[in-house]
Write a protein that binds this ligand. Structure first.
Ligand code: HEC
Ligand code: HEC
Ligand code: HEC
Ligand code: HEC
Ligand code: HEC
Ligand code: HEC
Ligand code: HEC
Ligand code: HEC
Ligand code: HEC
Length: 217
């Protein structure tokens, strides 16, 4: 069936049409976000020919999948980019990280995805999703100079949560030296002194000898 040209064109010329965004939103493909500011020709002018039907309507029909091969397809079945992206701008992301093995809490929730998922090589950087390390010590510098290393790993989350570096999860009474009586009044630094190794200063937390005489003459 030949469409009625006058529905969209006037006699002033075919180069213009009065097919508006409102008209567009009557079709199956609603224009929103950045697509509203996208000129008609960006989607409809294919190799100098206007095309309005069968130009594809799922994200990946028009956008390159920049994560091809590095993002498990279970996070975007049928390449549904809008499982993470909105149409406003690519950095605008909605993703429930609890779908992965690493729940985000505290300050982690405030980070851009790429703060963790963009890994830096010698002179290049690339995105990494599966296979990204989840060991705290691989992303955070161990200011304690390996004092708390166990089987080759320092698990920061034994003592620290995700809001800041206070040792909220640490309970002194689970060590071999309970803090009781007069010792409860003593500042940490009274017993845990700054010390130095290879010119790096740090607080010594591990105290091998904790007999009374070691500290009280
Ligand atoms: C549903 C709306 C619609 C209908 C109906 C329609 N057109 Fe179009 N046509 C457009 C749009 C949109 C453009 C792209 C021009 C623009 O808006 O920049 C276009 C472009 C054209 C162009 C190319 C103009 C150029 O400079 O490249 C020609 C020629 C044309 N139409 C002819 C027709 C004829 C002939 C008919 C009737 C058989 C028709 N159109 C029916 C919407 C329509
Ligand atoms: C982001 C891409 C995009 C932009 C920008 C866009 N369109 Fe479309 N348009 C589509 C898609 C996708 C369809 C549906 C194609 C299909 O059904 O296969 C469509 C359908 C149409 C149709 C066919 C409607 C019908 O009844 O079959 C017309 C006419 C049209 N668009 C005109 C326009 C005009 C005029 C503009 C600019 C004001 C525009 N489009 C901007 C993607 C776009
Ligand atoms: C019919 C083709 C088409 C479809 C389908 C389509 N887009 Fe677009 N989109 C475009 C074009 C063309 C542009 C403007 C040029 C560009 O930035 O790539 C654009 C722009 C965008 C932008 C802005 C990019 C920027 O740099 O500002 C985002 C984000 C976007 N699209 C997301 C999506 C998502 C998500 C989907 C699926 C829900 C989708 N698009 C479906 C054609 C399409
Ligand atoms: C599991 C979530 C997820 C899905 C699904 C996803 N992306 Fe992304 N994408 C990201 C993240 C995270 C970034 C980095 C955003 C940032 O911080 O700037 C990104 C960035 C991008 C960028 C910007 C890249 C750059 O180099 O600046 C583009 C373009 C993009 N995605 C396209 C797509 C397309 C197209 C699809 C669908 C085929 C898709 N994405 C699906 C998570 C996703
Ligand atoms: C604080 C760091 C951090 C931030 C911020 C972060 N992630 Fe992750 N993400 C991880 C770690 C670590 C893993 C690996 C979990 C595992 O062991 O499988 C992961 C896993 C994933 C996976 C699953 C990979 C797979 O194949 O199993 C996806 C998808 C993902 N992240 C997307 C995102 C998106 C989208 C954002 C932004 C909303 C984001 N991440 C923000 C650390 C982060
Ligand atoms: C994949 C990298 C990555 C992993 C794994 C990771 N983090 Fe983070 N973390 C970050 C980034 C990026 C930030 C924000 C920048 C910063 O403060 O270092 C952050 C911030 C933090 C902060 C807030 C620091 C501040 O001063 O605001 C704490 C606390 C923290 N992480 C604890 C942990 C703990 C505990 C673990 C292990 C369970 C862990 N992180 C694993 C990347 C990671
Ligand atoms: C056995 C408990 C314990 C473990 C495990 C631990 N910390 Fe701490 N950390 C502390 C204590 C105690 C403090 C002093 C702050 C306080 O008293 O709240 C501290 C303070 C810090 C500070 C702030 C002090 C400064 O010099 O800036 C950072 C940063 C920090 N830890 C990072 C880490 C990282 C990274 C890991 C894992 C690689 C880690 N910690 C593992 C107990 C621990
Ligand atoms: C009266 C002395 C004394 C005071 C005060 C004290 N500690 Fe300790 N602390 C010790 C001794 C002794 C050990 C060694 C216990 C052991 O080997 O199990 C220790 C061990 C630790 C450890 C190492 C735990 C581990 O898993 O290796 C941390 C961390 C620690 N203290 C933090 C603190 C913090 C934080 C404070 C202040 C709130 C504090 N301590 C106050 C004597 C003290
Ligand atoms: C790791 C060092 C350390 C060890 C081990 C330790 N203390 Fe203390 N103790 C201190 C420090 C530091 C203070 C506060 C400064 C001071 O008064 O000497 C203190 C304070 C005290 C006080 C109060 C001070 C006063 O003069 O009244 C008493 C009592 C005390 N300790 C008894 C003991 C006894 C008993 C033991 C053995 C069970 C012991 N301490 C083991 C470091 C230690």
């Amino acid at each position: 069936m030949t469409p009625d040209c006058a529905k969209c064109h006037t006699v002033s010329g075919f180069a213009e049409s009065n097919f508006t965004i409102e008209d567009h939103n009557q079709t199956d493909f609603i224009l929103n976000g950045a697509h509203m500011a996208t000129p008609c020709f960006s989607c409809h002018l294919k190799e100098e020919k206007w095309e309005f039907r069968n130009i594809g309507s799922s994200c990946a029909d028009c956008h390159d999948d920049v994560h091809e091969g590095i993002l498990d397809t279970k996070f975007y079945p049928q390449k549904q980019c809008d499982n993470c992206h909105t149409i406003n701008a690519w950095p605008d992301i909605n993703f429930d990280h609890n779908q992965t093995n690493f729940a985000l809490g505290g300050k982690h929730l405030e980070q851009q995805c790429n703060a963790c998922h963009l890994v830096h090589g010698i002179d290049s950087e690339h995105q990494l999703f599966s296979g990204l390390t989840s060991r705290c010590m691989d992303c955070h510098e161990d200011v304690h100079q390996s004092q708390f290393l166990m089987d080759g790993v320092t698990d920061c989350s034994r003592c620290h949560a995700f809001d800041d570096w206070e040792a909220k999860l640490f309970n002194h009474n689970e060590t071999d030296f309970k803090l009781e009586g007069e010792h409860l009044r003593v500042d940490c630094i009274g017993c845990h002194k700054p010390t130095e190794k290879k010119n790096i200063s740090y607080i010594k937390y591990q105290i091998e000898d904790h007999t009374c005489a070691a500290c009280h003459l």
